[in-house]
Design a protein around this ligand. Structure first.
Ligand SMILES: *Cc1c(COP(=O)(O)O)cnc(C)c1O
Length: 384
């Protein structure tokens, strides 16, 4: 597979170089040159295919020649070696539980996959690779855990002071070894800006080999497709594919789902659930994309004012607003609505939501209220 830069002024490259470098030399995000199609029979038989085999099938074309098959199988198996159950909340709403991984984050799959790929790519390298990552919450924990002890890799994590939970801060700061966490006075966007600046700083680039582990990195972004395939595997009503509602911040996860859909995965409709940070909700309503300052909310991992993967979503739909808007809706859910949703689901269904899952639940509920014949899945995270 070749990757091109969405800024279109850098040479194409392979999975290996895209992973090692993170961003293209022209500062664009890498994007696959074509989207592999998966045959219909695969989806008809999916219930009889193991999770490992599904994940391997999905990712292999994107990795191409960069990793030999037996090595890639090992990496894939280790990335999804925990349960990802689909649980019914009521007749219409299902929860995909993404908190059974080692750091309880829905970033575990991407982070584990990327760390193992990078470790494979740099094992014979002279000198270290420094992974620089900004986190609004649990990216950092998942990345730190994925990279802990990996040879030839040092990890530097920037996190906004006072804006991550106590547990998350411990996950970042308590590991030591090759994991270095820096507390930044500012928001997640400030952290992300510092990361972006570091990548274009020539002096820094001459001194150290920097790469990123945010979802701008293809090795973190692409394996998030696994969730959508594993959700579909567990979906009983195959004749009536699910609406999928994803709590969105940087839009890497939902963008991976939309990619999976274009590959052939049956999905009725996507919903981007947002908190008060609603640039994409506004964009879908008006056609204008206006980046905003980050607003601090109780679903902090989604506090992103200018989502980096939005440009990939546009690329998936070839900048055709009409077909994009046909496939995705978005709702902005306030903190009060989030709290009400937690209370409602706990009282009615005896199921405890986290704030991010609650935003997604509420957005799905809003959509289903005007589409009563459809059923949907929302992405559920841990209680931090
Ligand atoms: C990262 C994260 C999100 C947002 O995911 P994106 O891929 O950045 O859109 C939502 N909820 C939780 C709990 C997260 O960790």
């Amino acid at each position: 597979m070749e990757y091109y830069s969405l800024n279109k002024t850098a040479p194409n490259t392979d999975f290996r170089n895209a992973t090692i470098n993170g961003l293209a030399p022209d500062k664009g995000l890498y994007f696959p040159a074509f989207i592999p199609k998966i045959e219909t029979s695969f989806f008809q038989n999916i219930e009889s295919i193991s999770n490992e085999e599904i994940a391997f099938k999905v990712i292999a074309p994107y990795v191409g020649e960069s990793i030999p098959e037996n090595e890639l199988r090992k990496i894939v198996y280790e990335s999804i070696n925990f349960p990802i159950p689909l649980v019914g909340i009521d007749e219409h709403i299902f929860s995909l539980e993404l908190f059974h991984g080692p750091t309880l984050a829905f970033k575990d799959v991407g982070a584990r996959f990327m760390s193992r790929c990078l470790s494979y790519f740099v094992k014979d390298r002279v000198g270290k690779v420094v992974v620089l990552v900004a986190t609004s919450g649990d990216t950092g924990g998942a990345v730190a855990n994925g990279f802990l002890g990996v040879e030839n890799v040092e990890v530097v994590i920037l996190y906004p002071s006072g804006k991550v939970s106590e547990l998350q801060e411990k996950q970042l700061t308590a590991l030591g070894n090759n994991i270095h966490a820096l507390e930044v006075k500012g928001s997640f966007d400030d952290c992300q800006d510092m990361v972006k600046k570091a990548f274009v700083d020539d002096r820094l680039k001459n001194e150290i080999f920097l790469t990123s582990a945010n979802s701008i990195n293809v090795a973190r972004w692409l394996p998030q497709q696994f969730y959508y395939f594993l959700a579909y595997k567990q979906w009983k009503d195959k004749k009536n594919p699910p609406v999928i509602c994803v709590p969105s911040g940087n839009f890497g996860n939902i963008c991976a789902g939309m990619l999976a859909n274009i590959s052939g995965l049956p999905v009725k409709h996507f919903i981007a659930a947002c908190n008060a940070n609603d640039v994409v909700t506004q964009y879908l309503a008006s056609g204008n994309y206006i980046p905003a300052k980050t607003k601090h909310t109780i679903s902090n991992a989604m506090d992103v004012g200018d989502p980096s993967n939005f440009i990939r979503i546009l690329a998936l739909y070839k900048n055709d607003f009409g077909s994009l808007a046909n496939n995705i809706s978005s709702y902005s859910i306030s903190d009060d609505e989030t709290k009400e949703a937690i209370k409602e689901v706990y009282e009615n269904n005896n199921y405890l939501l986290d704030t991010h899952g609650a935003v997604a639940y509420k957005a799905l509920k809003n959509y289903l209220s005007s589409h009563p014949d459809e059923k949907g899945i929302f992405w559920k995270q841990p209680i931090p």
